[in-house]
Design a protein around this ligand. Structure first.
Ligand code: 9WO
Length: 242
């Protein structure tokens, strides 16, 4: 599954440039029975299977051994599940500071709770929905973390203007044609006045965040300029009935 992020794009390039390393461990290789069983029936009854504790513990021990050999000290074990804390950019930035992160990818109904209690440092969710396994959520986190690594992005892909770097949603973007059957690109973007364009973009970010994610605004301390720009567009849009 992980070829999805390893073959193309920013993560693949970072991998090729040795900015980070991805080890894929199959817990089935750490089973000790003839059937290589990774799952078993859930105690208490009911349909569905649970991932067994022992193969996961052995797999993790092999990973910790590798960390030690490589001299990686600051490491973390992360389990992706809908029961985890909702991931945000602050969590991503924290993860990017570690020497090594182990993402445990659950399948079936999940993993034996004792593995989580004994080994998992951080249980993370990417949103209130269920998918078929932890792999896709993990790839999503890897992508978000690798983008933050020094040297991962060129200047065009620069992190600085990205959504959330200032706690606000991104502003709208436009390219040619300037007029699409009467649907026009905002005039200010052709003014050549970089200060005016910066202010317009910041104001659009503030307005979008206010409209779509008011809880983000509530937890952000606005600068004087930001307050002024938001007040201005709020009163303007009130007049226009938006
Ligand atoms: C499967 C299932 C089947 C029948 C009844 C209940 C059930 N629950 C699950 C389930 O939650 N499976 C999980 C699949 C087990 C752990 C890994 N899986 C997972 C992780 N699905 N969704 C995520 C996930 C991770 C992070 N953020 C959002 C979702």
């Amino acid at each position: 599954m992980f070829s999805a992020i390893c073959q193309d794009g920013i993560v693949a390039r970072a991998l090729a440039n040795d900015l980070f390393n991805l080890d894929l461990i199959n817990p089935r290789d750490f089973t000790t029975d003839n059937y290589r069983r990774i799952d078993d029936k859930t105690f208490g009854g009911g349909a569905g299977m649970v991932m067994k504790l022992e193969p996961l513990e052995l797999a993790l021990a092999s990973i910790k051994c590798k960390y030690q050999q490589k001299g990686l000290k600051k490491t973390k074990v992360v389990y992706l599940s809908p029961q985890g804390k909702k991931t945000d950019q602050a969590v991503i930035n924290q993860l990017s500071l570690y020497d090594g992160v182990t993402f445990v990818c659950g399948r079936y109904e999940g993993i034996d709770e004792r593995f989580i209690q004994r080994n998992v440092d951080l249980e993370l969710s990417i949103g209130d929905f269920v998918v078929s396994g932890g792999e896709l959520p993990t790839m999503l986190l890897i992508d978000a973390v690798v983008r933050q690594l020094p040297g991962a992005m060129n200047s065009y892909e620069s992190v600085i203007n990205d959504s959330f770097m200032n706690g606000l949603l991104d502003c709208p973007h436009y390219t040619i044609p300037r007029d699409y059957n009467g649907d026009k690109v905002p005039e200010v973007l052709f003014s050549g006045n970089h200060e005016q364009i910066r202010k317009w973009r910041l104001q659009q970010s503030l307005w979008r965040t206010y409209q779509r994610r008011p809880e983000l605004l509530a937890s952000k301390q606005l600068t004087k300029e930001e307050s002024r720009l938001l007040d201005e567009i709020l009163s303007r849009n009130k007049v226009e009935g938006k």
